[in-house]
Design a protein around this ligand. Structure first.
Ligand code: SF4
Length: 438
């Protein structure tokens, strides 16, 4: 069979922050050599008008669902098979089946090989559902399948899934169990990788402290520089932070989410409860690590002063980069269900709407209007990445002035500022022109 596997973009513009898709490596490992497979990454290239293949597969997130449906209509022929999987399939499989011949629900490991075997035997099904499993993950070395230069950052993974269950996060809709790779497998992948800079795609690298520590010790001699996502409990762990620094870590991505206690409680962000955020930040800096902080605005505890207060906090603490996100009710999450029950959703399906634009609010916040939430988040992003603020945070944090960090700081801030301007207000995916678009 000839297979084309596509990673989608939210919009029709080429991203300047696209990283190597780890999913391509996983799919390559799961696809028997007898098949011809090509990977297209819409975040890094324009897609062709037509694709000549037996099977065209899309990995779909809620943000890219409309794009997937538009492209499915463009590429569908009587001879080919359109396949969709990914996070959106975990909660919206029936919606997808209006546009796809087959939908894969759950892990690719539990569905993709079976689909290919059934296609070979002439009996593909409409829906495949992966069994929940905590089986160890297989190695996924990055083969030479990439047509693009991805800014020299390798993407790897020790575990998949998360031990927490935050109210707004869709991770539990896809992965109920956490799956892990053997630490030495990850070390072998990194040893074979030509990139000197690595991003760990784990939602929390320290799901299992012992195996993460074993991996840190195995990768330390490789002298790679790397970044990862951690939860706030790890930020109190001095022994762990020491090992991370020794193993080459230069930046941690951490969800602060909110400074408002009521909002934090509503989010069920248990790892953040009772943490003194400023002490946490000081401790991470003390270990020589930079911070990428993420925030969610618009929970019911937030009033209109939340924007300025949160911005002041991020600037006062000289955080390296941030993401200020308006709360988006993702289908399948507790917050989506709550908003639906309370009649507060502004669209029947915001991800399919031909009116909803990136950065818009999709529900009625309690203490402000939807427009105030959108404008408040845009104000924070614009201010944080203004030249004046970039310089203030640079000069206010001695860590940013170290030679390698300086380059990282400037690049990360310039790319973030550019991406905000490119994305804000863009229509998701293009026009679907369907009856189900509100
Ligand atoms: S800690 Fe992060 S990945 Fe885990 S559930 Fe919360 S937001 Fe999602």
């Amino acid at each position: 069979m000839k297979i084309v596997f596509i990673r989608l973009n939210m919009f029709e513009h080429i991203s300047s922050d696209a990283m190597k898709p780890i999913l391509f490596a996983i799919i390559r490992e799961l696809t028997p050599q007898a098949h011809e497979i090509e990977f297209l990454d819409e975040r890094a290239e324009s897609l062709p008008e037509r694709i000549d293949a037996d099977l065209i597969a899309f990995s779909v997130e809620t943000y890219t669902a409309k794009r997937a449906y538009i492209l499915a209509k463009r590429y569908k022929t009587p001879q080919n098979r359109i396949v969709m999987g990914g996070f959106h399939a975990a909660v919206m499989a029936d919606e997808m089946l209006q546009y796809a011949d087959t939908v894969l629900v759950g892990d690719a490991e539990g569905t993709w090989p079976q689909l290919l075997a059934d296609c070979e035997n002439g009996c593909p099904k409409r829906k495949y559902i992966s069994d929940e499993t905590a089986e160890p993950l297989s190695p996924a070395p990055h083969p030479e399948i990439y047509r693009h230069r991805y800014a020299g950052i390798g993407v790897h993974q020790l575990s998949r899934g998360c031990k927490f269950n935050c109210d707004f996060c869709s991770i539990k809709t896809m992965y109920r169990c956490v799956r892990q790779k053997a630490p030495e497998t990850v070390a072998a992948e990194l040893r074979a990788a030509k990139e000197k800079i690595i991003f760990f795609a784990d939602d929390n690298l320290f799901y299992n402290r012992e195996s993460a520590l074993a991996m840190l010790r195995a990768i330390a001699p490789l002298r790679k520089k790397w970044a990862c996502q951690i939860s706030m409990d790890a930020a109190h762990d001095d022994a762990l932070l020491d090992e991370m620094k020794r193993a080459g870590c230069f930046l941690v991505l951490m969800g602060f989410e909110s400074l408002t206690p009521d909002s934090l409680r509503e989010m069920h962000k248990s790892a953040n409860a009772a943490s003194d955020y400023e002490a946490v930040i000081r401790n991470i800096y003390r270990h020589g690590l930079l911070i990428y902080g993420t925030f969610v605005l618009g929970y019911d505890g937030d009033t209109k002063d939340v924007f300025q207060n949160t911005l002041d906090f991020a600037v006062r603490n000289h955080i390296t980069i941030t993401n200020f996100n308006p709360l988006i009710p993702m289908p399948g999450t507790p917050v989506y269900q709550r908003m639906q029950e309370q009649g507060r959703l502004l669209y029947r399906k915001w991800w399919l709407s031909d009116k909803y634009r990136y950065g818009d609010t999709a529900y009625r916040p309690r203490n402000m209007s939807p427009d105030e939430l959108r404008e408040g988040c845009l104000y924070m992003r614009t201010e944080f990445y203004s030249l004046r603020c970039i310089l203030r945070r640079l000069l206010g944090n001695p860590l940013h002035l170290k030679p390698v960090n300086l380059m990282i700081y400037l690049l990360a801030n310039i790319i973030s500022a550019k991406e905000i301007r490119a994305k804000q207000g863009q229509l998701l995916g293009g026009l679907l022109h369907e009856a189900d678009a509100d």
